[in-house]
Ligand binder design. Structure first.
Ligand code: BGC
Length: 450
């Protein structure tokens, strides 16, 4: 029987709602930067405990991605998004009221599981519901939401800090806004978490999941596509992930793109920006303001991708963005090397780098990971590449501070530039243009010749 998915909402609204998963991802991973110093003092954390606390969120992400890979095809996309929303909520409330350090770590871990789940399902779900000519734009909403989440966390932390200067008569207000204001920083995340969880209920299930795993024949409104497929043999089982040469190649492409996105140094700049600016002799206050500029430029330039990714194409944007990033990174290295790091020169180069990332490598990596795989193994393959991406995030978190210390800022920027050059060549040689193609056409294009 041919069903039409019940979409009372337009495709754009559906994509925007699913993207809130990205906002929670951005907020959750950033909020810690403002909360950390209060937590360090309160629980008298050693360097070792602090490291464990910071990486607990990341460990949660890895668990969340693995879990999603295992259960996704059985339970469907929508239920996992709801669970992710509840995890974020639990984490926000739990961190806010944690009575000891172990509980705090546990609730950070739970939030991380939510981030892991959302980072697989939000873009995957959007890719499966978007008409081909808008798919790039719609997955870019997810990237946009990540940048909004990052910026919101900067602002929310700064605002909560500023409330600490007021005089309060209530002891609860003094507790939550002055002595232990890190609790409020976490608690703020409860608001978008509730919004996300409630709105997800209004979304239809992915037509691809219904067709493949529930044997339903689905027509997606707003697209010409009728989705009707049967799981081919053991499709969807993780063993079939590495079964054919064609899929192995796609996994190599997807995971290499994921690694290269992270090895471009983006999170080193987003999260360690103040350390970089301070090492250039810029005052602490200025460093924090610069960080807000970075967040704003990251958000604004994602619109360039939204506007162009379906008309000019994925490869074109990657090329333009990567060339800009390479030039900016090489010059950053040069000015550190020759010690000419005046405030505005360094800031301008870093902003150029961020703008170029936001219009290319940021969104396009997520787009490609979510559209190149055949439907029957898509969710497992996307989970695999997303897992690789989170492991790369961890590697950068571990090695960047070390590289900065032993090699200095100049060579560190050059290392990142080197990885962007590899990405540029890799995209040119290995990635095919997918704009305006249906997921079935993309599948044919990548798989057929092998
Ligand atoms: C990356 C994140 C990064 C964010 C910055 C995303 O595409 O996956 O690691 O923090 O972009 O905007």
């Amino acid at each position: 029987m041919l069903q039409t998915t019940q979409m009372k909402l337009s495709n754009t609204k559906i994509a925007l709602i699913a993207s809130i998963g990205g906002l929670l991802f951005g907020f959750d991973t950033t909020v810690i930067s403002g909360a950390l110093s209060g937590i360090r003092t309160q629980f008298e954390l050693s360097v070792h405990m602090e490291g464990w606390f910071v990486s607990s969120g990341l460990l949660g992400c890895i668990i969340g991605v693995l879990l999603t890979g295992i259960i996704n095809d059985k339970v469907g996309r929508k239920k996992i998004l709801v669970v992710a929303g509840l995890m974020f909520l639990l984490s926000a409330v739990g961190c806010a009221f944690a009575t000891n350090f172990s509980l705090l770590v546990l609730f950070r871990l739970i939030g991380g599981v939510g981030v892991g789940m959302a980072s697989v399902i939000s873009p995957l779900y959007i890719s499966e519901l978007s008409p081909p000519a808008q798919r790039g734009r719609m997955i870019s909403y997810y990237q946009l939401a990540i940048t909004v989440g990052i910026l919101l966390a900067y602002f929310s932390n700064a605002y909560i800090n500023s409330l600490g200067n007021e005089v309060y008569s209530s002891s609860t207000a003094r507790w939550l806004l002055q002595t232990e204001n890190w609790r409020t920083m976490f608690f703020v995340m409860a608001i978008p978490s509730i919004l996300f969880t409630v709105l997800i209920y209004r979304l239809p299930e992915s037509p691809y999941w219904l067709a493949l795993f529930q044997n339903q024949q689905i027509k997606v409104q707003g697209t010409a596509a009728v989705v009707s497929m049967k799981p081919a043999g053991d499709a969807g089982k993780s063993s079939s992930l590495f079964a054919t040469k064609g899929v192995k190649l796609l996994l190599l492409i997807g995971s290499t793109l994921a690694i290269l996105q992270q090895f471009s140094g983006i999170n080193a700049i987003i999260y360690y920006g103040p350390v970089i600016f301070e090492s250039a002799g810029i005052s602490k206050d200025n460093s924090l303001n610069f960080q807000t500029f970075i967040g704003a430029v990251n958000l604004l330039f994602t619109f360039v991708a939204i506007k162009n990714v379906d008309s000019k194409g994925r490869k074109y944007l990657m090329q333009v963005g990567l060339i800009g990033m390479i030039i900016a990174l090489i010059l950053c290295g040069v000015i550190f090397h020759f010690n000419i790091t005046n405030n505005y020169l360094l800031l301008s180069l870093i902003l150029i780098y961020i703008a170029c990332f936001a219009l290319s490598v940021g969104p396009v990596t997520w787009i490609l990971i979510n559209e190149i795989f055949p439907s029957s193994i898509r969710s497992k393959a996307v989970s695999f590449c997303t897992l690789v991406l989170w492991i790369a995030v961890w590697i950068i978190g571990q090695f960047f501070p070390w590289l900065l210390r032993v090699a200095g800022a100049g060579p560190t920027f050059w290392v990142f530039a080197g990885f962007c050059i590899i990405n540029l060549i890799f995209c040119k040689k290995m990635v095919k243009e997918t704009r305006n193609k249906s997921l079935e056409e993309v599948e044919q294009m990548f798989i057929a010749p092998h």
